[in-house]
Write a protein that binds this ligand. Structure first.
Ligand SMILES: C[S@@+](CC[C@H](N)C(=O)[O-])C[C@H]1O[C@@H](n2cnc3c(N)ncnc32)[C@H](O)[C@@H]1O
Length: 397
């Protein structure tokens, strides 16, 4: 929903204002100037860097090009960051952890500075989500899906708006997650702001892991943190008869429900709003928590960052109260956090032990996403070593 804060600017002698919208919770900018097609990329870059927001009044496609020009200015690789990556490659185990963490913090700082500068180019949308600029696309449906109904004109960053448009395309086209029994692809349609299962490697793990024997007598599962519904859908297609899936995020709950209904799986999967577990016990409990134990810097990052491993530890600690005897839990987790020095393997094993769990097996796979091979990425040293695992856990007796 469009928030209740106003952004103010002047047009000639006229004082203007509109609602301000930011999914990342950015406060309305204090210094705002209007700009037309005559503004050069260098001038825009200087304004943005010094904290002046630019409300665009020119051609919409020129604003897009201007944003790309700002990206190019920001992304020019600095010699310093290249050197930092090389240094880590050469360091031994003992010193890598601290240095890796430093580099991760530097990476996040660079990302947030980049987001701050790129977020300075603003667009005004009308109450019906149309844009009164030359060559503006029709984004009505995209904004309705992401923001809902707006009762007033509002201002938003162009960068966020482009994210809304791209999410709309993903939702419309869907993402293939597996093939059904006839070999036809099964799609989920991610909604704006919902964790999108673009990394296929963990999906393959859930498709191929051996189902626990306990399901033969009690065909029930819980899916903790349902997102788009992808894991519940896989389990349902693998024959699990009753699945209860939870999430705390309203967008995820709506998205999962829609995907499940589209696939005619309502009789097998129930969606419940809950913090971690629903009540009761199941033969299989799956969870793919956010993989990085760090504070999210925006609401959209809540599915990626898990501060203090809160969800991970909550999941492990709750299993003994939610698994039937001989039941099994599947924890999907990458070791990226370990390579970044944010969590050790010993810590993870200690949390498993503390929760009275034993590890039955661990199925490992190597991520295939393009970032893993991107040598220019500041985190390449960690991403290139990353392993994603499905941990099969059981309660100790
Ligand atoms: C990494 S995403 C995984 C989504 C989906 N299961 C998948 O594998 O694609 C983590 C999900 O957990 C949800 N989540 C975070 N904390 C939660 C909690 N305490 N209880 C339930 N769900 C939670 C997030 O909203 C997000 O949808």
């Amino acid at each position: 929903m469009i928030q209740d804060a106003r952004i103010r600017w002047e047009e000639g002698d006229l004082a203007c204002s509109a609602f301000w919208h930011s999914e990342n919770g950015i406060a309305p900018h204090k210094k705002v100037v209007t700009a037309h097609d005559t503004l050069t990329a260098d001038d825009a870059y200087h304004l943005a860097c010094e904290g002046t927001a630019i409300l665009w009044k020119g051609d919409f496609q020129s604003a897009r090009q201007l944003l790309q020009a700002l990206v190019r200015r920001i992304d020019k690789p600095s010699k310093k960051s290249k050197r930092a990556g090389k240094r880590v490659d050469k360091l031994g185990e003992a010193t890598t952890q601290k240095t890796a963490k430093d580099i991760f913090n530097q990476y996040r700082l660079v990302k947030s500075q980049r987001a701050r500068i790129l977020g300075m180019l603003l667009i005004q949308c009308n109450a019906d989500h149309t844009i009164s600029l030359r060559r503006a696309p029709d984004i009505t449906q995209a904004c309705l899906e992401a923001y809902g109904v707006a009762n007033q004109s509002y201002v938003v960053s162009l960068r966020e708006l482009l994210g809304v448009i791209s999410a709309y395309e993903w939702r419309k086209n869907g993402l293939p997650i597996l093939a059904d029994s006839d070999g036809e692809p099964v799609y989920v349609h991610p909604h704006y702001g919902v964790f999108s299962p673009v990394r296929g490697e963990y999906i393959e793990l859930v498709c191929n892991a051996p189902l626990p024997k306990a399901l033969d007598t009690d065909s029930s599962a819980f899916d903790i943190g349902v997102g788009t519904g992808v894991l519940s859908i896989i389990l349902a297609m693998r024959g699990v008869e009753q699945i209860i899936a939870t999430d705390q995020d309203d967008r995820a709950l709506v998205c999962a429900q829609e995907n499940i209904t589209d696939l005619n799986l309502d009789s097998q999967i129930e969606i419940v709003k809950a913090n971690l577990f629903p009540s009761g016990r199941a033969a299989l409990v799956v969870c793919n928590p956010p993989w990085i134990p760090a504070r999210p810097s925006s609401t959209l990052e809540h599915a990626v960052y898990d501060p203090d491993s809160h969800m991970l530890k909550g999941f492990l600690d709750g299993l003994k109260d939610h698994l039937i005897p001989q039941g099994e839990a599947w924890l999907i987790l990458s070791d990226l956090a370990e390579h970044l020095g944010l969590r050790t393997r010993q810590e993870l094993l200690a949390w498993i032990e503390r929760a009275d769990l034993t590890v039955l097996a661990r199925i490992d796979t190597k991520p295939k996403h393009p970032k893993a091979g991107d040598e220019s990425d500041l985190l390449h040293f960690a991403r290139s070593a990353e392993i994603t695992s499905l941990w099969r856990l059981r309660v100790q007796h």
